[in-house]
Write a protein that binds this ligand. Structure first.
Ligand code: PMP
Length: 511
């Protein structure tokens, strides 16, 4: 047996073996997983822009105009106009002096951290930071101090222990996710920035899961905390809420000039491809024109959280669109994932090394393009599967108990009617109702959903003819219509669960 085979067997034995699942169709609310329609509840296409007709069109037109590849690093074969245009728009969006595109969020974090810290410097990194930050720290050869998750006393103590006079600035770097990717928690950015100022440290904040989801008009957690201009480097991604691929850094012009000269993934890797850049540009335009998508994501997050709490899961009603259902054991997480898939809900199990051992989980993500009823259905399915496996939902939820101080225990959802502005009729699902009342409410919602007019859905050329769901049928209708015209031009539908059709009709497309 080869050492590779041995290692693979070991992963299997530990319940840590991974395989790629094949899905058909875009990252819409429903995909075909191994040929079966399932609700997609684990995509980072938070605003439903990856499959938005205007974004697709912009990418397609860019491919025709500029070609598919960027040819080389921008330092070798030149910055293309489309790169420059997106950088200008992103800098304006983030209220920043300058912006620089990177090939991906992973590359941006690795490049920025390595550029800003080296041997003799110290990096202070939250224990739940993304792997790309961890790898950036490792590559930099700086000393790395991992502080307890969001623990500002620990960060303060660590900064003091490693010197900390203001004039030491440059030797210390604090790095944090703003919204933690596997937990959905928001970093205490105000405190972090204050400590950075006190101790003369630079700050890098990764907004990968905050852009488009948090802050005024979706400008992220830094804007939400009123800290624009206070963070040295903001890292954002194009592959999540902005529906494309790639990443960017926002900073002052001097910092960007420095990164152009020192960030190795920028210097030694091919620039982002024009279609991806143009797609992100169109997505950014849509986000700026239609910030209500962000509201829709927030309200969907609330529906998902409330519904999970209604099923007995230990989930707070207020919070981000990322909802971890932490079960602990790797195999239990995989079984819960598989059980949910068999009942039509795809929420990927996340295991080590992505999360710490003993904190395996399903990581659920709401998208703006889900309907509230889809999210309620998903919560019911997850509750049913947990019960069928003999699990107590009250034991499942964020975050692991040992990480949380007693005074921070998740509070029970309160009794206020939720979401009246979107769906007043669903107030009956408020959690103070009896089980019988909730069941009656569900039955009413289910029959309302059955009688709801079918909504046109995004073009999905990969759906097979025999797909059975309403959504698949609607997609087929739409695909047929699309084959007869070059661009989708759906009529506005009053009861459409989401509004991209109206946006497509109303707004001129990006060049
Ligand atoms: N930062 C965070 C917090 C992430 O979650 C991710 C990806 N999941 C990245 C960076 C990497 O971004 P990308 O996928 O663009 O490489």
């Amino acid at each position: 047996m080869s050492d590779i085979e041995e290692r693979l067997e070991e992963l299997e034995r530990l319940g840590l073996s991974r395989r790629l699942r094949l899905i058909s169709g875009p990252q819409g609310p429903t995909v075909l997983l191994d040929g079966r329609p399932v609700l997609l509840l684990c995509s980072n296409n938070y605003l439903g822009l990856a499959d938005h007709p205007r974004v697709r069109q912009a990418a397609a037109e860019a491919a025709m105009r500029w070609g598919v590849g960027a040819g080389a690093s921008r330092l070798v074969s030149g910055t293309m106009t489309i790169h420059r245009r997106l950088e200008e728009r992103l800098a304006a969006f983030e209220r920043s002096e300058a912006c620089l595109l990177f090939g991906s969020g992973y590359l941006a974090n690795v490049g920025v951290i390595d550029a800003l810290a080296g041997a003799g410097d110290t990096i202070f990194s939250d224990e739940l930071n993304h792997a790309s930050i961890i790898d950036g720290c490792r590559l930099s050869r700086a000393e790395v101090v991992v502080y307890r998750h969001a623990d500002m006393e620990h960060l303060d103590w660590s900064l003091r222990r490693h010197g900390g006079r203001r004039d030491d600035r440059g030797g210390k770097l604090i790095v944090t996710d703003s919204v933690f990717s596997m937990d959905g928690e928001v970093a205490p950015l105000e405190d972090i920035v204050e400590l950075a100022h006190m101790h003369g440290a630079r700050t890098v904040v990764d907004e990968a899961h905050a852009t488009g989801a948090l802050g005024p008009d979706g400008r992220g957690a830094i804007a939400e905390a009123g800290l624009e201009g206070e963070v040295d480097v903001l890292v954002g991604t194009l592959g999540k809420a902005l529906g494309s691929y790639g990443a960017y850094v926002c900073a002052d012009a001097e910092m960007v000039r420095y990164l152009i000269n020192t960030a190795r993934p920028l210097i030694f890797s091919t620039a982002p491809p024009p279609p991806a850049v143009a797609g992100a540009l169109a997505a950014l335009e849509i986000l700026c024109e239609r910030p209500h998508r962000v509201e829709r994501l927030r309200s969907n997050a609330r529906v998902l959280r409330r519904s999970l709490a209604g099923e007995g899961f230990r989930v707070q009603e207020d919070g981000m669109h990322i909802v971890p259902l932490i079960v602990g054991d790797e195999r239990v997480a995989m079984n819960l994932c598989q059980g949910a898939i068999e009942r039509g809900v795809f929420a990927q199990a996340i295991r080590p090394p992505t999360v710490a051992g003993g904190t395996s989980r399903l990581r659920l993500t709401a998208m703006a393009s889900h309907t509230p009823e889809e999210l309620r259905m998903a919560a019911r399915v997850l509750g049913d599967v947990a019960h069928a496996m003999g699990l107590d939902p009250a034991e499942i939820g964020p975050p692991p108990i040992e990480r949380r101080a007693a005074d921070e225990e998740p509070s029970l959802p309160d009794a206020e009617p939720f979401f009246p502005e979107v769906e007043p009729s669903t107030a009956e699902l408020a959690l103070e109702l009896t089980t019988a009342e909730v069941s009656a409410g569900r039955e009413r919602l289910a029959s309302a959903a059955r009688s709801r007019p079918r909504s046109p859905m995004p073009f999905d050329a990969e759906l097979p003819d025999d797909a059975s769901s309403d959504r698949a049928a609607a997609s087929r209708d739409r695909a047929t219509a699309l084959s007869e015209q070059s661009m989708p031009a759906e009529p506005a539908t009053a009861n459409a669960p989401f509004d991209f059709e109206r946006e497509t009709a109303a707004v001129p497309r990006a060049a």
